[in-house]
Design a protein around this ligand. Structure first.
Ligand code: ACO
Length: 274
């Protein structure tokens, strides 16, 4: 069997009505990320990114875990034993698919069904939106076994949380539940686990109704402008809108027409009929 075939089982994909449900699939290892999974996830993201069957991508985990972070044996110990080259390669495979998610062509939603530790904050941040089970558990456990929160995890909490909360979370090694993660802004919302899939499905249904060119331009704009001065952001946004117009001349004109001429909807209250 080829390596690719052996690695395929580490990620499970189901496509239903325009939504790709992509699950980390090593439940017996709590979906910790080993090099095989990292490579497979990049293949899956490649395959789905421009597929006409997919409007929204949901990232979740099989079993009781979203992801228990990096595989301490296969990602850290075994690569460190092989030397610097193997370690750097493993890092670039992991960081590569998280970066791919951050700038993904389709809207992405993290559905955090259980454990979410350390390295898992990379793909958590990579997704545009995040919904957690109230029962989920979030932790920067790095400090508990003697490293700093690397692989972007420190950046994630510094970006998403107020400084004191980020420091406490990173330094104390205490876990928080989904409800607290929502209060802190690590995720958008927390709902009981039994309602999580329905809530995420409802979010996907809304996203599916929006203009896809505008969605991609919007998600990129929010990430880009966060690091710009106001004036630079203003300039970037003019250019980004003009670039989006060149891909989507009909969509926004139709949106204006349905509001101003046809009076069939109100942009303040919902999306135009695509
Ligand atoms: N790396 C390697 N193996 C792991 C990891 C991991 N991150 N997480 C779980 N596993 C393995 C366990 O070793 C065990 O393997 P085994 O069945 O061969 O013994 C199996 O997954 C099941 O794990 P349990 O600990 O038995 O599962 P339980 O449900 O009791 O606990 C929990 C789940 C709390 C997530 C626990 O597994 C854990 O603490 N995992 C480590 C979490 C962590 O700190 N991750 C690293 C973050 S730092 C970083 O990512 C850079």
């Amino acid at each position: 069997m080829s390596t690719e075939n052996q690695e395929a089982s580490t990620v499970a994909v189901t496509i239903e009505n325009g939504v790709a449900w992509v699950a980390l699939n090593r439940p017996e290892k709590r979906n910790c990320m080993n090099p095989a999974l990292n490579r497979q996830m990049m293949r899956v993201l490649d395959e789905l990114e421009y597929s006409e069957d997919v409007a929204v991508l949901v990232l979740t985990g099989e079993g009781t875990s979203w992801s228990a972070g990096m595989d301490l044996k296969e990602y850290f110990r075994e690569n460190e034993a092989k030397g610097l080259g193997a370690t750097r390669r493993a890092q670039s495979e992991a960081y590569g698919w998280w970066r791919r998610l951050r700038w993904y062509h389709k809207p992405t939603v993290a559905m955090i069904n259980g454990w979410c530790f350390g390295g898992a904050y990379g793909p958590l941040f990579g997704c545009d939106l995040a919904f957690a089970a109230e029962e989920a558990t979030f932790g920067l456990s790095e400090i508990n076994w003697g490293i700093l929160p690397g692989g972007g995890a420190s950046k994630v909490v510094a970006d998403l949380l107020p400084l004191r909360k980020a420091m406490y979370h990173a330094m104390m090694g205490e876990n928080i539940d989904g409800k607290t993660a929502a209060e802190w802004g690590l995720v958008n919302e927390a709902v009981p686990l039994s309602e999580l899939k329905a809530r995420v499905q409802a979010v996907c249904d809304v996203l599916k109704g929006k203009n896809p060119v505008a969605l991609k331009a919007t998600k990129d704009a929010i990430r880009r402008v966060k690091e710009m001065t106001y004036d630079n952001a203003e300039d970037y946004l003019v250019r980004a809108q003009e670039a989006a117009n060149s891909f989507d001349n009909d969509g926004r004109k139709e949106g204006i027409k349905q509001f101003i001429d046809d009076k069939t909807y109100k942009p303040g209250l919902g999306a135009y009929d695509k």
